[in-house]
Write a protein that binds this ligand. Structure first.
Ligand code: FAD
Length: 497
């Protein structure tokens, strides 16, 4: 409530925020988490909490009146549909040169993501986080993160036989025929549950196309892991549909935090002010960067350094589809949870997830989300005229990603005698180069903060999310975000409290 004082306030309930809340609470600190999205703990009139990718409804998008699917065309036709404006789960946030997809709600990105839980290869870690001791990460914090998130891998024998991974087996065959290593990718999905879905003994979730707008069973989001444990300490309170708009030094010490309470139409219904001894920015790469850039530019946090807003990257995301021959059907039943990838990072700078197209019909398409070593980095800046934060990414900056992805798919196409699909992102458009699922950076570790996430110039303020990572993790990012948060919060608890 307004006027309250809290020892630790956490902005956001994604990976960084959930790790911070759990570990602070275990250390005896009372924590208040502020989350702009909904709680996602109550079923709608259809009995389900989340809607399905095939029928996006009011629950699907964050304050939009039309859906904005990442794959926005099929057979050349636009597939987006009108939806009621609502504080839905997936935010397709538009900047001038890129749309950044993010989860909104208690659990952040863990509500909407594929659950692919990948630890980078150790030889690549130096390029991901150059100032961090790799031995500590691989001996202590990556294992801790993997355990905390509930990561496991698919049973290879089941993979070989189940209809729902026919599409991934086709992906494996084509990768291997072109000489590329094909690797299984761990996930937080409960694989035993998925086996029961395939056997028809439980309610279908991954096998019913549930992913992008939430998953009603099977997937362990942060609500089932870190947040459940944090709540069980009795020291963590969470306020959904509350958005932090300002943080500034308080007269008597600590920080004054201004918070808008919003309704499901996105309108502010109350504005509250609390004081906090410590504030943890865990609003995600975009959310934290937007807040810090604004607070520095408007003088609320004048001592932040000039690294704020810099070093932002898209993890090199680019999508494409390939048209298979009629003898290579990818299956009408496709698990929405990807489980494998093609690794050409060392030779070509690309790691491609073999992704599902869970349309429910045979498409003869292979679909891929590539993570590439794209070197371009963008910057957030305050636009005083609009009162908003801009990002200077340009669509053409995806060209290195396309070139790196082509090191895989040009070769496969040539070997298989196949072509790219041109009907998935518009008419005659091969590359999904307008978006990212993996925003990273904006408050980079050891630059905007010290080597543990303490913000320069304002003691008691910390960054503990994907904005610490300078633009690329070489694989899907959330395990690295979680492991880095585990490392940093351990140091902060030991030395600052
Ligand atoms: P987030 O998880 O983004 O959490 C930030 C939270 O802060 C959000 O809940 C947000 O609503 C809240 N917030 C923001 N601003 C404010 C504010 N001002 N006040 C209050 N609250 C605020 N990664 C993988 O590793 N594997 C995958 O398979 C994968 N698939 C993905 C699929 C999709 C469709 C998407 C969108 C992402 C995917 N990702 C995946 C990326 C992954 O989800 C993100 O990297 C991760 O969630 C980032 O964690 P975070 O802690 O930095 O922030």
């Amino acid at each position: 409530s307004s006027g309250a004082h809290v020892p630790a306030l956490v902005i956001g309930t994604g990976y960084g925020g959930s790790v911070a809340a759990l570990r602070l609470a275990q250390a005896g600190v009372d924590v208040h988490m502020i989350e702009m999205g909904m709680a996602w703990d109550t079923p709608g009139s259809d009995g389900k909490i989340f809607c399905n990718t095939r029928e996006p409804d009011y629950r699907s998008y964050w304050l939009r009146t039309k859906s904005k699917a990442p794959l926005n065309y099929f057979l050349g036709f636009p597939i987006d549909r009108n939806i009621p404006r609502y504080t839905g789960i997936l935010d397709a946030e538009d900047f001038s040169g890129i749309t950044v997809y993010q989860g909104r709600g208690v659990g952040g990105g863990s509500l909407v993501n594929g659950g692919m839980a990948v630890t980078p290869k150790r030889e690549n870690f130096g390029a991901v986080l150059p100032s961090v001791n790799a031995a500590e990460m691989y001996d202590i914090y990556y294992p801790r993160a993997n355990a905390g998130l509930g990561v496991s891998s698919i049973d290879p024998a089941w993979f070989d036989s189940t209809a729902c991974y026919q599409y991934a087996r086709v992906g494996r065959k084509h990768a291997q025929r072109s000489g590329f290593p094909f690797v299984f990718v761990p996930d937080v999905y409960d694989w035993d549950y998925m086996k029961q879905e395939a056997a028809g003994t439980v309610t279908k979730s991954a096998l019913a196309g549930e992913i992008l707008y939430g998953n009603n069973h099977g997937k362990k989001s942060l609500q089932q892991t870190y947040i459940a444990r944090a709540k069980a300490t009795g020291r963590v309170a969470i306020s959904p549909l509350h958005k932090v708009t300002s943080v500034a030094p308080a007269a008597g010490g600590g920080y004054t935090v201004v918070i808008d309470q919003i309704n499901t139409n996105g309108d502010t219904t109350a504005t509250k002010t609390v004081t906090a001894d410590r504030v943890f920015f865990a609003a995600g790469s975009v959310g934290t960067s937007k807040l810090l850039v604004k607070l520095k530019a408007t003088g609320a946090l004048p001592n932040l350094n000039d690294e704020i807003g810099k070093g932002w990257g898209d993890n090199g995301n680019v999508m494409c589809g390939r048209a298979n021959h009629m003898w290579d059907p990818t299956g009408s039943l496709q698990s929405a949870i990807p489980c494998a990838g093609i690794d050409n990072w060392a030779a070509g700078g690309a790691f491609a997830e073999v992704a599902p197209l869970p349309t429910g019909i045979e498409t003869y398409a292979s679909f891929y989300l590539s993570i590439t070593k794209n070197p371009n980095r963008a910057q957030f800046s305050w636009n005083a005229a609009t009162g908003k934060v801009d990002l200077n990414w340009q669509t053409s900056w995806k060209q290195p990603s396309i070139d790196m992805a082509k090191t895989i798919f040009d070769k496969i196409n040539s070997k298989e005698g196949t072509i790219y699909r041109t009907d998935l992102f518009g008419t005659y458009k091969i590359w999904g180069d307008h978006l990212t699922y993996h925003p990273l950076g904006g408050a980079v570790l050891n630059k905007a903060t010290d080597n543990y996430g303490r913000l320069a110039g304002h003691p008691g303020l910390y960054v503990i999310d994907g904005s610490l990572i300078p633009g690329n993790t070489s694989v899907n990012p959330f395990v690295t975000i979680t492991a880095l948060a585990e490392r940093n919060i351990e140091k902060i608890i030991a030395t600052d409290l």
